[in-house]
Ligand binder design. Sequence first.
Ligand code: GLN
Length: 492
Amino acid sequence: MSLYELTAHALHEKLKNREITAVALVESIYARIAEVESHVKGYLTLTKDIALEQASHADAGFQKGDEMPPLAGIPIAIKDVICTKGVRTTCGSKILENFVPPYDATVMTKLHEHGVVMVGKTNMDEFAMGSSTENSAYQITHNPWNLDTIPGGSSGGSAAVVSADTAVCSLGSDTGGSIRQPAALCGVVGMKPTYGRVSRYGLVAFASSLDQIGPFTKDVTDCALLLNAICGSDALDATSVDVPVPDFTRGLINDVQGLKIGVPKEYFTPALDTEIADSVQRAIAVLESLGATVEEISLPHTEYAIATYYIIAPAEASANLARYDGVRYGYRNENPEDLIGMYKKTRSEGFGEEVKRRIMLGTFALSAGYQDAYYKKAQKARTLIKSDFDAAFEKVDVIATPTSPTPAFKIGERTADPLQMYLSDVMTTPASHAGLPGISVPCGFVQSGLPIGLQLLGPPFAEEKVLRVAYTFEQNTEHHRQKPKIQTNGVV
Ligand code: GLN
């Protein structure tokens, strides 16, 4: 196996034993980038100079025989919605084309303390609004399993680079599914931690009551390692929760005996692709054969999750995106007639179609006369969705569902139909409303060869339980070991 194919924990052993250097690892990743990135297009910015400098630093520690953290010297990619000091952070938007943050997000400060190596910043739907990464103002990212299909979104770049082995792992953000859905569609592990587990300081805000940062990795062990590095309360984020952060590797137990897994009947609708339904049922049967108890449960308000999400998220977005006025950040129209004209032209030219749609939806839902009918009602529905989960977790430890109702779809297939695009999130938004931790792990392939994801959800702050079920599934199956064969001739 080439170095770029290995997991972080396998690479750590080699770095520790000085079989390899972190600099050689960066070179291996960049050789892989040279080979496939022009086809995958997962990166918006590459930071090789920074990567080499950070790698040399890690190598110095390994050479001295210092006790090095598990992620020291490991090449990671960062979604372009996370502020990186001195490195352009666009959010996939033209309005932030030249924005260079003067500070690091808290997760970046933490990763630096762990000695990781930053490969680059990844492509995404503009301001994380989308399910296919086609809403990026810059480029379309291709799914490594089939270059004609989308990688999912909005963290499509972060999922694709891990799948294509152009990064060992990556960070994304998940508001309504943007880590779990692209992880499923690209055949990698992706986890949204409990809301409040990871500081949002320096994560450019989309919908603040839902946004969470989380990892994409090649396996569940790496996921636990990355969680160890990024979780924890932060005085700079008032919504980060002050609860002890466990060592998440304690959840890596290959045993599900005695655990109860709930399977919500509302997720197995006729709209669910039958190959996905079968594969997820088989995955649940594997867990049952390993000693878990499986029972059907009901989450009766599931059907309201999408409508609720597409009120609350745009409402919060319309407030959060008011700051892009051409005065303080990024793009500004050069020829305005007056101040109001400058605001109008800057925003009309700087934002893409989907972002404008969300701002209008959100402004409408919050406007006088409509606030009670839409926004307040959505908040009530959100509470009902959360109560469904609270009741379910009285009976079961973990909930298992498909991550996405369909496998990766063709590029362009849903761009003309926003509602169809919104329905991509039907399996991920309920847990977002409830702030729950959720992971997507590879659980099979449809006949055309595209990957399928199994979603596992737990009660708030029960990441260890979720990881335990995910790890047991992974240790007893081979799906996560499959790699895409990227067609480097043909489609570009
Ligand atoms: N697809 C959803 C949306 O467009 C979720 C995005 C996300 O989680 N950032 O809002």
